[in-house]
Design a binder for this molecule. Structure first.
Ligand code: TXA
Ligand code: MG
Length: 356
């Protein structure tokens, strides 16, 4: 399949208005979705792989394009709040309050599903995941695509979610009708998922909308224990059980005082080098100069969690071009946005943590 690449200029994104040529291209992309095709597009969290959520054939094609197991449900993206009533069987008052506080934005709500949503889209579940994103390209495409766009992250199953179009092209060229390139995403980690079908509501996947922000609106909010803990209980968001985000080298998180972390990483790196293996480190600004690994990737300033979140998936992907066998990462605080960062990092490392 020939994949069309549609480029949206920075000016349009900043002003939230597009040139005539861009509008036409987005209309065409929406039409592709309406007739059962797939279009990858930017959102404020990560790039999504969009298809018509009410068309079972589109959902089947999404699973095939990603190589994703079909029991892993998709998030339905909408462009207007009132559209929720067609896909959710019940919209509790808490959902309305969350929407007022965080939509459009990086929050997904789990609600009972309406009959019209095909089981292919929800992986056979009786619940549905709904999100109203804020990215201007995503909004246009959802509207032009018929109003209900199922969109998982636009990566091959198991790989880090794409934060720039280059990585979408790497994974999806030849598998989808079109890819909309809208530059780098703002947040870099997927949306927070909160399940409103249980009491108290439960966070199934941490993200930019933190536990604290949710609690301020909901009063009480629980966190699925599988979010940070290794193994044990099965996570309640089916997708969270799969090996995820994993780079080709083996990732190890090293936790401890900065000096000890550097000493540990450097001694392991020396051993690997003696065995003829290349190694890498994921480093904060504070530690950047201290690693003797073959490759050092800078992830941001320790104090600036937003930048670390935005860079994490790109750094994991960049390591795939480096032929390293071991990658060492510093650990981060699991408060606030750090909860989402550590959740993704732990999954990428298969929960391999060394305390020094
Ligand atoms: O930020 C995002 O949410 C991105 C962008 C493209 O919007 N999308 C995204 O989709 O991350 P995906 O498919 O990569 O992750 C969706 C997660 C999976 O872990 C899935 O199991 C969970 O949401 N999920 C979807 N529907 C669910 C449901 N009804 N109950 C529980 N978990 C659900
Ligand atoms: Mg994903």
């Amino acid at each position: 399949m020939e994949t069309e690449i549609i480029r949206i200029g920075r000016a349009g994104l900043d002003r939230e208005e597009f040139t005539e040529a861009e509008e036409k291209a987005l209309l065409r992309a929406g039409e592709i979705i309406r007739v059962g095709g797939l279009v990858a597009f930017p959102t404020e969290t990560v790039y999504g792989l969009g298809g018509d959520a009410l068309n079972p054939g589109s959902s089947r094609r999404i699973y095939a394009a990603k190589g994703r197991p079909s029991d892993n449900p998709l998030i339905i993206h909408i462009d207007r709040f009132e559209d929720i009533y067609r896909i959710a069987g019940q919209v509790p008052e808490a959902a309305v309050r969350l929407a007022e506080a965080f939509w459009p934005g990086p929050l997904t709500m789990i609600l009972p599903k309406a009959p019209e949503v095909p089981p292919e889209t929800t992986g056979g579940l009786e619940t549905v995941a709904v999100r109203l994103p804020s990215h201007p390209v995503a909004r246009r495409l959802i509207r032009y695509g018929g109003g209900y766009v199922a969109a998982p992250s636009a990566n091959l199953s198991g790989r880090p979610s794409p934060t720039v179009a280059r990585y979408v092209i790497e994974d999806m060229q030849g598998r989808v009708e079109a890819i909309v390139d809208g530059g780098e995403v703002g947040i870099g980690l997927e949306s927070t998922i909160v399940d409103l079908t249980v009491n108290p509501p439960q966070i199934l996947r941490p993200g930019y909308v933190t536990e604290k922000k949710l609690a301020a609106v909901l009063g009480q909010v629980a966190v699925d224990p599988a979010v940070i803990a290794p193994g044990g209980e099965a996570p309640r968001a089916p997708g969270m059980k799969y090996r995820h985000y994993a780079p080709r080298g083996e990732l190890v998180i090293v936790e401890g005082e900065p000096g000890k972390v550097a000493a540990y990483v450097n001694s392991r790196a020396a051993e690997e080098r003696a065995a003829g293996h290349r190694t890498g480190a994921i480093a904060t600004k504070e530690m950047h100069g201290q690693y003797g690994t073959d490759v050092v990737k800078y992830i941001g300033n320790r104090e600036d969690e937003e930048t670390i979140a935005r860079n994490l998936f790109a750094v994991l992907r960049e390591f795939d071009d480096e032929e390293v066998v071991k990658i060492y990462s510093e650990s981060f605080s699991s408060e606030g946005l750090g909860q989402a960062i550590m959740n993704r990092l732990l999954k990428a490392a298969g929960h391999h943590v060394v305390r020094v």
